[in-house]
Design a protein around this ligand. Structure first.
Ligand SMILES: Cc1cc2nc3c(=O)[nH]c(=O)nc-3n(C[C@H](O)[C@H](O)[C@H](O)COP(=O)(O)OP(=O)(O)OC[C@H]3O[C@@H](n4cnc5c(N)ncnc54)[C@H](O)[C@@H]3O)c2cc1C
Length: 439
């Protein structure tokens, strides 16, 4: 008799949602997490009354069906806050609001008319197709990168629009990532309209899920291997657990280290599925500041920098406008995102060096920033978001169609889509595969 029906490796959203669904069906499930707290890339830090989302920060009202199903089931609807302010494009020394919003058709959101026209021409095939997020290999854009799409529709489109959006949302470089996953998110979420966040921190759902399943924190898994008809887990302390099945939910670049003996069809996709790295700095302020805007411009939730508009930053989130509960009353919190082109040189730098550099760069965008700083919180994610390179798009179909096996996977990378919705949706893909084995 194995120790468990299913052992889940990793207590991020994908692992927790998988464990919750399997436990609800009556299976004996336990989750093994290397960190001291569950949540993975959805954790939030709490410092002196400020709440800093270290990973994910928002969710969309459309295109997030698996997430909204969980919100309803877990009774979290009242925890969801509707963001009232728009996203802007930073250009020519000020923020131009309504980027990604239907209103940008009127206002332009700081983009030249030619770029807007090219954007519409580029989006039309995707809108007509529908862009099923469950099938990233079947889209009108094939495995073309964002940069290759720029060659077709004009390089300004990439420089002024796709680069700032993909860099700030996913840490992507246009020459590395396939266009289809980004465009499918745009199509499915219907743009940046009425986006949401959890009122008391983006870790709300993962914390609630973790309360409902058995999670062993600070328990790294060292190895996962087939064992007869089931699988065996070896923990870092050398102890083992047997299970009828194991679900690995680590970011794809970390999977091989604990599971080297995977079948070729899995190895081909997992090797190809690289991740971007992201660095950002939460800047705690003694007053609520935000990027410079025009005289009648609305308050902003975020501003994205087009290529070359800032030497270091690709985006700023105004957290106290995203949700007032993120900062104490009368104070401010902004999150400064480092451009993916500058992340490699700063990744190993000390927190002090990083904080000083971003505050200097942010001071040209937020007037009075340096004088208002009361603290900083530097965040580094080596494996931040699935990068969806063309080779992974090509290897995806055989991977997703392989037969179920006692060692399965869940995680945002399984559908090559950099969003928490995909982590939640991957549980809905993996659980039926497991139950077909477990009976
Ligand atoms: C900076 C940033 C911003 C984001 N913004 C958004 C956003 O606004 N909206 C959105 O929808 N999505 C966003 N995302 C994406 C979202 O956070 C992820 O898609 C989602 O959290 C991934 O969940 P997961 O369970 O697949 O992976 P993870 O959360 O990475 O879970 C994997 C878990 O495995 C654990 N682990 C690793 N190694 C071991 C081991 N050996 N043994 C045991 N456990 C191990 C890790 O500690 C982790 O807890 C953002 C992500 C980042 C990084």
């Amino acid at each position: 008799m194995p120790d468990l029906d299913v052992a889940v490796v990793g207590a991020g959203l994908a692992g927790l949602a998988t464990a919750y669904r399997l436990a609800s069906e009556g299976h004996r499930v336990e989750v093994f997490e290397s960190e001291a707290v569950p949540g993975g890339r959805m954790v939030s830090a709490r410092v002196d009354g400020y709440t800093i989302d270290r990973g994910a920060e928002t969710l969309a009202p459309n295109g997030y069906p698996a997430t909204w199903a969980l919100i309803k089931e877990l009774g979290l609807s009242r925890e969801v806050h509707r963001i009232r302010h728009p996203v802007a494009l930073w250009r020519d020394g000020r923020a131009h609001p309504w980027l990604g919003h239907p209103l940008s058709a009127l206002t332009g959101a700081g983009m030249p008319v030619a770029v807007r026209n090219r954007m519409i021409r580029m989006m039309l095939p995707g809108l007509r197709h529908g862009m099923d997020p469950g099938n990233p290999a079947d889209t009108p854009y094939g495995d073309a990168t964002l940069a290759e799409l720029g060659e077709k529709y004009g390089p300004e489109l990439v420089r002024d629009m796709l680069d700032p959006i993909s860099a700030s949302a996913f840490g992507w470089l246009p020459e590395r990532s396939a266009a289809a996953p980004l465009l499918s998110i745009v199509v499915r979420t219907r743009g940046v309209v009425r986006w949401r966040t959890y009122r008391h921190g983006q870790d709300t759902m993962v914390q609630e899920l973790a309360r409902r399943v058995t999670v062993h924190t600070a328990t790294p898994v060292a190895n996962v291997a087939r064992d007869g008809a089931g699988a065996r887990l070896t923990l870092a302390d050398g102890s083992t657990r047997s299970a009828r099945a194991v679900v690995i939910t680590l970011p794809s670049p970390q999977v091989r280290a604990i599971h080297p003996d995977m079948p070729a069809v899995e190895a081909e996709f997992i090797e190809a599925s690289t991740f971007s790295s992201v660095m950002r700095v939460g800047v705690l302020l003694d007053r609520p500041l935000e990027p410079r805007r025009g005289p009648r411009g609305p308050k902003l939730y975020a501003a994205l920098m087009s290529s070359g508009a800032n030497p270091l930053l690709c985006g700023i989130t105004v957290e106290h406008n995203k949700c007032p509960e993120r900062a104490p009353a009368g104070k401010g919190l902004v999150s400064l995102l480092i451009s993916p082109r500058r992340v490699p040189e700063l990744f190993e730098a000390s927190d002090d060096v990083v904080a000083k550099a971003v505050i200097e760069a942010g001071s040209s965008i937020i007037d009075g920033l340096a004088d208002a700083v009361v603290g900083t919180h530097v965040v580094r994610w080596k494996h931040a978001l699935p990068e969806a390179p063309p080779a992974a798009v090509r290897a995806w179909t055989p991977f997703i169609r392989r037969d179920p096996s006692p060692i399965e996977y869940a995680g945002d990378w399984v559908f090559l889509r950099p969003s928490s919705e995909t982590a939640a949706a991957s549980a809905d893909y993996t659980v039926p595969r497991l139950t077909s084995l477990l009976g």
